[in-house]
Design a protein around this ligand. Structure first.
Ligand SMILES: Cc1cc2nc3c(=O)[nH]c(=O)nc-3n(C[C@H](O)[C@H](O)[C@H](O)COP(=O)(O)OP(=O)(O)OC[C@H]3O[C@@H](n4cnc5c(N)ncnc54)[C@H](O)[C@@H]3O)c2cc1C
Length: 244
């Protein structure tokens, strides 16, 4: 028996999948995101209810920033349409339209209403409510060991922040279900734990004031660059309006 090449394959890199991947990669789980590149958020005309942007933000810009954040966390990303997921003794084999195969211990499905690639996985519950959803518990567990669902696919409200938040919740649930020790993903000031006689808990980090300022400077530079110009991508619309 060989270890799978990835700990986690996330299928779907919209807000839910990318958000999940940031948490799993930051917990040192080898994380691959396979995404067909068609987040429905690309159709938004101006995103005004995502926390942290007082005057809103271009939704395609937000997806780019989330992608950059995933990359910074150590996530590997590929543009690919997943056609098949198969359960194996060690986890899952994930296959793409191009014939590429990936082995992973866990799969997080975050593909909004697309589920056909899961047809071969025994025990997956589908909910047909006009659109298809996966039957999960509140934390995204599907009932199939190692297979989780996040965001709209898990019937969360059709709002970007809810789907992003659910992606994070599913990732934390997975980390807690795994044997690896995990407390919270927190960055705390030096001494926050250790000055109280505690070890820094797994998943947490203590940083001093200099490092805190260095990271703040880096974040300001990254955001300045990202927001310096209008986003170049065209506004997308519903396929029925373009005759596709
Ligand atoms: C016109 C419009 C305006 C909106 N405006 C707002 C708004 O103002 N505020 C708000 O909160 N929400 C808004 N939304 C809703 C928001 O976009 C969604 O709720 C959110 O994007 C859902 O996140 P998700 O990650 O579950 O799905 P998505 O963001 O759609 O991501 C799913 C990803 O899975 C990929 N995928 C699918 N199948 C496969 C496969 N087989 N293999 C690989 N990848 C696959 C897709 O390409 C996509 O990238 C709007 C939606 C629309 C249509």
């Amino acid at each position: 028996m060989t270890d799978p090449e990835y700990d986690i394959v996330v299928v779907g890199g919209g807000v839910a999948g990318l958000s999940a991947s940031v948490f799993t990669a930051r917990a040192d789980f080898e994380t691959l995101v396979l995404d067909a590149g068609e987040s429905i958020l690309r159709r938004n005309a101006h995103l005004e209810n995502f926390p942290g942007f007082p005057a809103g933000i271009n939704a395609r810009q937000l997806l780019d920033l989330l992608g950059d954040q995933a990359k910074a966390a150590g996530v590997e990303r590929q543009t690919a349409t997943v056609t098949t997921v198969t359960a194996t003794d060690d986890g899952f084999t994930v296959e793409s339209e191009d014939g590429d195969r990936y082995e992973s211990e866990y799969v997080i499905a975050a593909t909004k209403n697309e589920t056909s690639y899961l047809d071969g996985v025994e025990g997956v519950g589908l909910l047909d409510r006009g659109k298809t959803f996966l039957d999960t518990d509140e934390h995204g567990r599907t009932g199939v060991d190692g297979l989780y669902a996040a965001g709209r696919l898990a019937e969360k409200p059709h709002q970007a922040v809810v789907c992003a938040g659910h992606g994070a919740e599913v990732a934390v649930t997975l980390l807690e279900d795994d044997d690896t020790p995990f407390y919270h993903d927190w960055v705390a000031p030096t001494g926050y734990f250790t000055d109280r006689g505690r070890e820094v808990p797994p998943g947490c980090e203590e940083i001093d004031g200099t490092e805190s300022r260095r990271r703040e400077d880096e974040s300001r530079a990254v955001l300045r660059d990202a927001l310096a110009e209008p986003h170049p991508d065209e506004q997308e619309t519903h396929p029925s309006l373009t005759g596709e």
